[in-house]
Design a protein around this ligand. Structure first.
Ligand code: SAH
Ligand code: DHB
Ligand code: MG
Length: 217
């Protein structure tokens, strides 16, 4: 089989360069900085998207002229703010979070950023909460960033509830270098990739841990 690796095995990951380009293109105002710093401040895991990834989410939603977004996995609200910033007046992010403490911290950060009118943080396990959102759909975008073992189920929900031309976004699409392993969550993530391709035009953007992008057919 042909080797389509244009990098010929070399890794181009360089933290200093990522930090410099993020500072140029994806700087934080006070609201974004508070949400970005919140996991460390409150003892939550520091697993929010990187600044450049957050800015990418923002620009992709603007390109799609998104008005309604469903986010799975709020944490402290950093990506939630990035999504909300892309929406016009009257737009809404429904962000699903299973940990009540995370949800409370996120609501505070969203309020501090002045974006409460555009965000609803919904508590509960995503698979339990998603059915209650269906009447508000179809949605302009779904951003998946919660428990990795359910990405295949989340992707199926997105395929059924994203409008034509709307976006599927999936963080950690390389699964921390474990995508090709023989584990239940690796199988679920590979199914997520393969099934997304059937309902969306897709690409896996090679960020450090991969972001799956799909445009609904
Ligand atoms: N999107 C956030 C990071 C999310 S981290 C950001 O970039 O800023 C993943 C979050 O998903 C955690 O807060 C975790 O509590 C939550 N989570 C895990 N399993 C979940 C589930 N089944 N339903 C909803 N949220 C879940
Ligand atoms: C983890 C989860 C994430 O969504 C992420 O972006 C990084 C790490 C985790 O569960 O460890
Ligand atoms: Mg993630």
């Amino acid at each position: 089989m042909a080797d389509n690796d244009s990098r010929q095995g070399k890794s181009y990951f360089n933290k200093a360069i990522l930090d410099w380009t993020a500072a140029v293109h994806a700087p934080h105002d006070a609201g974004l900085q508070q949400a970005f710093d919140a996991p460390a401040r409150h003892g939550l895991p520091p697993i929010q998207v990187a600044p450049s990834e957050g800015k990418l989410l923002e620009l992709l939603l603007r390109l799609a002229q998104a008005r309604t977004v469903v986010e799975l996995g709020t944490l402290a609200g950093y990506s939630t703010l990035r999504l909300a910033r892309a929406l016009p007046a009257g737009g809404k992010v429904y962000s699903l979070e299973s940990d009540p403490r995370h949800a409370a911290i996120a609501r505070d950060n969203v309020a501090a950023a002045g974006l409460s009118a555009k965000v609803e943080v919904l508590e509960g396990k995503a698979l339990d909460v998603l059915p209650s959102l269906e009447a508000k759909g179809p949605f302009c975008a779904v951003f998946i960033d919660a428990d990795k073992e359910n990405y295949d189920r989340y992707g199926r929900w997105a395929a059924a509830h994203v409008r034509t031309g709307g976006l599927l976004l999936g963080d950690n699409a390389f699964l921390f270098e474990e995508l090709l392993d023989d584990t239940p969550r690796a199988l679920a993530m590979r199914r997520f990739h393969e099934e997304a391709r059937a309902a969306f035009d897709t690409v896996c953007i090679p960020t450090p841990d991969g972001i799956l992008l799909g445009v609904k057919r």
